[in-house]
Design a protein around this ligand. Structure first.
Ligand SMILES: [Mg+2]
Length: 204
């Protein structure tokens, strides 16, 4: 029986082409600054690498992994994107989502589990007006590992002190959020964005 619902953040609790675009720009900027190139060169290099990695892995890779493949650490990337923009500036309160989460919270504990950093995560959750609804917020800083690394799923289950089958992972990327959760014995629920979260009310 599910006792806790664990949500991915980006593309799951909000969808925003503006925020996505800003993260992309921040990644080009980070590469350009650290490797001493101009922004256009950085963009070509990073997008080419993402394409190669996508062909190799079979799924679209986040900027974090593309930058990591050039030796740019996750810590450096987070520091740069935190300074580059405030993701909360591009989002607004989502009353529909909030009311669904409030209803889910009557029955379940709620958590966020994201590869994003603590500062951008809090900016986003505050802008959406849902931050205080979560009992747990796991960001990169908690375990210093990123999805789909199976180890981070194990550590979360341990930290929560629930059985895997009592945890439901909700996410928009099957290979990143859901397959590794399923492999640990968690329940999974795929969404295309926040508009699908309402379906959880029927499912649970
Ligand atoms: Mg996502």
């Amino acid at each position: 029986m599910v006792k806790i619902i664990i949500f991915d953040l980006d593309g799951t609790l909000y969808n925003s082409t503006e925020v996505y675009q800003k993260f992309a720009e921040a990644a080009y900027y980070t590469y350009a600054r650290i490797k001493n190139t101009d922004i256009e060169q950085a963009k070509d290099i990073i997008e080419k690498r993402r394409e190669e990695m996508r062909n190799e892995k079979g799924f679209a890779v986040p900027y974090t992994l593309a930058l990591l493949s050039f030796g740019i650490s996750i810590e450096e990337w987070h520091k740069e994107n935190i300074n580059y923009f405030n993701a909360g500036d591009y989002l607004k309160r989502d009353e529909g989502l909030r009311s669904i989460l409030v209803r889910l919270k009557e029955k379940y504990k709620l958590a966020v589990f994201t590869n994003n950093n603590r500062i951008q995560t809090e900016r986003i959750l505050e802008a959406l007006g849902i931050k205080e609804l979560f009992d747990y917020i796991f960001t990169y800083e908690n375990f210093k590992r990123i999805k789909p690394d199976p180890e981070v799923f194990k550590q979360i289950i341990r930290a929560l002190n629930f059985k895997p089958e009592e945890c439901m992972m909700v996410g928009d990327r099957y290979y990143v959020d859901l397959l590794p959760a399923k492999e640990q014995g968690m329940e999974i629920f795929e969404v295309k964005g926040p508009e699908d979260i309402a379906h959880l009310l029927n499912f649970l």
